[in-house]
Design a binder for this molecule. Structure first.
Ligand SMILES: [Zn+2]
Length: 438
């Protein structure tokens, strides 16, 4: 048994508690006691504010290689997508693994203990099959293990280049041909202690309604999380309405996809009826990507869906920035402040994010939960002067990923004093990005 004494810890309420003792055994939290004025003998002292592990619910790890390379100049989501395809064209299993490992390690430094990797670069260039058709997925599994974080591999069915269109040459690597072939390939992947295999419908652009129904049934029969990009751009809504007379959310509803294990990614441009259809599911906002790609600001305060957060294209990797952006972007759009509390935003980044990835026993500091602890220093320039009663607000509205000092995953120390215990993260990022971006 190990014992930690947290100067401050967030146990799920509206305020942080002082002097919290957390006992850990076999990777699980066994006891939590607040109000201990000093560390008990033999316990490890964690100065600052300790929170549960953060969940990054939407990631395409390879897109980390686009950071800084695609932000300048004019264009739109659709011109950015051409740059992204050019990168995807160059990837092979080794470069995919190296990029993902370094990117997941960057996430670890930012306090992320679980990631939902939305994976669609399945096959070789122009769709050539690898000897193991899951070679690219297994590269991601290796990468997460090397970086020390948990992963839900959201294997995405991706069949079409647009509604009624064949895949473009770049998109051929994403396609299994049909949804049954997708299911057969994904069935060959297995879970382990740190990996869950889930499903994804890339979007209604890439998956027709009948195929979406096959993917949805696959996920439901196996009790797997199911994610889909939904209404990121108005053009997607327009094409979907024209082809099917339904919004993307409506098409997914008809395909049997909208249930408690479903997560709609973005949902930036939902119609009013869509909000009710999504009420029992999760919605993943990715504000730093959505602003970078000029997607727009979704009506998140009108959602009754469970809200979660992702860093998506990794324009930056900082869940504190995603959490505050969810609130601050909507302040700009609505002219109102305080749509959500700091605790509610932190819940989206922790407990709710883990739940939508199929890890309901993570993301809380509570007995029985997985022992993921993230300690944020309050002595750096951004947070110095923070008072205990305002620590949550300071964390959510002012902290940066660089304020994360210690990270524990399943009871193992993954980050110590701001350094990854196994990976030289900046060096690996430099090499992997240079190798992939050319
Ligand atoms: Zn995405």
């Amino acid at each position: 048994m190990r014992s930690y004494w947290c100067e401050l810890a967030w146990l799920g309420g509206e305020r942080a508690d002082a002097g919290v003792v957390v006992e850990v055994e076999d990777g699980r939290i066994t006891a939590v006691r607040a109000g201990a004025p000093a560390p008990p003998a033999g316990s490890t002292r964690l100065d600052g504010l300790t929170i549960p592990g953060l969940a990054n619910a939407h990631s395409h790890a390879f897109q980390r290689a686009l950071r800084g390379r695609t932000h300048g100049g004019s264009g739109s989501f659709w011109t950015w997508r051409e740059q992204m395809y050019a990168l995807a064209d160059r990837l092979d299993p080794d470069s995919y693994r190296a990029l993902a490992r370094a990117t997941f390690a960057e996430m670890a430094l930012a306090g992320v203990t679980s990631v939902g990797e939305f994976h669609y670069v399945h096959h070789g260039p122009r769709g050539a099959r690898y000897e193991d058709p899951n070679e690219m997925g297994r590269a991601l599994i290796d990468a997460a293990a090397g970086a020390g974080i948990r992963m839900t591999l959201l294997d995405a069915c991706y069949l079409h280049g647009g509604i009624g269109e064949p895949p473009s040459p770049s998109q051929l690597r994403f396609s299994d041909g049909d949804a049954d072939a997708w299911a057969e390939r994904v069935d060959a992947l297995g879970d382990d202690e740190a990996v869950r295999v889930g499903a994804a419908i890339h979007s209604v652009r890439a998956v027709d309604p009948d195929s979406a129904a096959i993917v949805a049934a696959w996920a439901q029969e196996r009790g797997r999380p199911l994610h889909a990009h939904v209404s990121e751009q108005p053009a997607e809504n327009d094409a979907c309405l024209e082809a099917y007379g339904r919004t993307p959310t409506g098409v997914l509803h008809d395909a049997g996809a909208l249930h408690a294990e479903f997560t709609a990614v973005h949902a930036t441009h939902p119609h009013d009826d869509d909000l009710a259809l999504l009420a029992g599911s999760s919605v993943c906002a990715c504000p730093t990507t959505e602003r970078d790609l000029a997607d727009g600001i979704g009506p998140m305060h009108r959602m009754s869906a469970r809200l979660v957060l992702g860093t998506d294209s990794h324009a930056m990797i900082d869940l504190f920035e995603e959490a505050r952006a969810l609130e601050l972007d909507e302040r700009l759009a609505t002219g109102e402040r305080g749509l959500r509390s700091a605790a509610a935003l932190l819940r989206a980044a922790t407990e709710d994010g883990h739940a939508c990835l199929g890890w309901p026993d993570a993301g809380r500091i509570a007995p029985g939960a997985r022992a993921d602890l993230v300690t944020v220093g309050l002595d750096g320039v951004r947070l110095a002067g923070t008072s205990p009663e305002h620590a949550l607000e300071a964390l959510v509205f002012a902290a940066g990923a660089a304020d994360v000092r210690h990270v524990l995953v399943d009871g193992h120390q993954l980050v110590s004093h701001g350094r990854h215990t196994a990976v030289d993260v900046a060096r690996e990022l430099h090499r992997a990005v240079a190798g992939a971006a050319g």
